[in-house]
Design a protein around this ligand. Structure first.
Ligand SMILES: O=C1C[C@@](O)(C(=O)O)C[C@@H](O)[C@@H]1O
Length: 229
């Protein structure tokens, strides 16, 4: 029995690509993350009914990664909240909210806290205030708190692992962390040590640097965690 849940990003770049997507490719994903920011806002709302119907037997995390945090869409808070409100009508299991870029969405959607994955992304560095940020995010009492950072040195990766372990011991198991890029790859398979609850593994196109492919992630996690849980 594996501990770490595997999240597989669903990336649709054109509405016309959707029908060719095979749900069976996502069968071994614990959660499917629809990274909706690869589409325009209009196309997100056009495709939403079809995505939630096609993946009705999967757990779905709905994510709009904005340009403020390494994604593709630049949105006002008002528009960001409007889209999330419309998507919530499809009852996703989780929605991602960028706490430091679009924190107003959290207060607007406070009734959905148990669906919210509060997130923070830093594609430039391992920030020195990461612990403070994660504790502040944890205080919002959402389902999960997630941080993806870019390590420059090996010590940045080791620091992230230790910070995750310390916070999990202190505050409980709702942290999801990863160090991105090739240097950070170990952080994606060390949840059994650190307490990080999820890892993101790619099917075809990775949604962030350093992601391990789904097939390999399953093998490694089953090897590392198989006899532990
Ligand atoms: O926040 C995350 C984590 C991630 O950035 C990663 O590094 O695997 C991938 C994103 O799709 C997801 O929304």
């Amino acid at each position: 029995m594996r501990k770490t849940e595997i999240v597989v990003p669903l990336i649709i770049e054109n509405v016309s690509d959707f029908d060719a997507i095979s749900v069976s490719n996502y069968a071994s994903a614990d959660i499917v993350e629809w990274r909706a920011d690869f589409l325009s806002v209009d196309d997100i709302l056009i495709l939403a009914p079809k995505v939630f119907e096609k993946f009705k037997n999967n757990k779905i995390l709905f994510t709009i990664r904005t340009t403020s945090e390494g994604g593709n869409l630049k949105l006002s808070d008002k528009k960001y909240i409007q889209i999330l409100e419309k998507i919530l009508n499809f009852d996703p299991d989780y929605i991602d909210i960028e706490y430091f870029s679009h924190g107003r969405a959290l207060s607007a959607l406070t009734d959905f806290r148990q669906k919210i994955v509060l997130s923070y992304h830093n594609f430039d560095e391992m920030p020195t205030d990461l612990t403070t940020r994660l504790i502040k995010m944890h205080g919002e009492k959402t389902a999960f708190v997630k941080a993806a950072v870019m390590p420059e040195h090996e010590c940045d990766v080791l620091d992230l692992l230790q910070i995750t372990r310390d916070l999990t011991l202190e505050y409980g198991e709702n942290f999801i962390t990863m160090a991105m890029g090739d240097l950070g790859r170990i952080s994606r398979i060390s949840g059994y040590l650190t307490g990080s609850c999820w890892t993101f593994a790619s099917l075809e196109k990775a949604s962030a640097p350093g992601q391990i492919r789904l097939v390999e992630a399953e093998k490694i996690l089953n090897l590392l965690e198989g006899n532990l849980f």
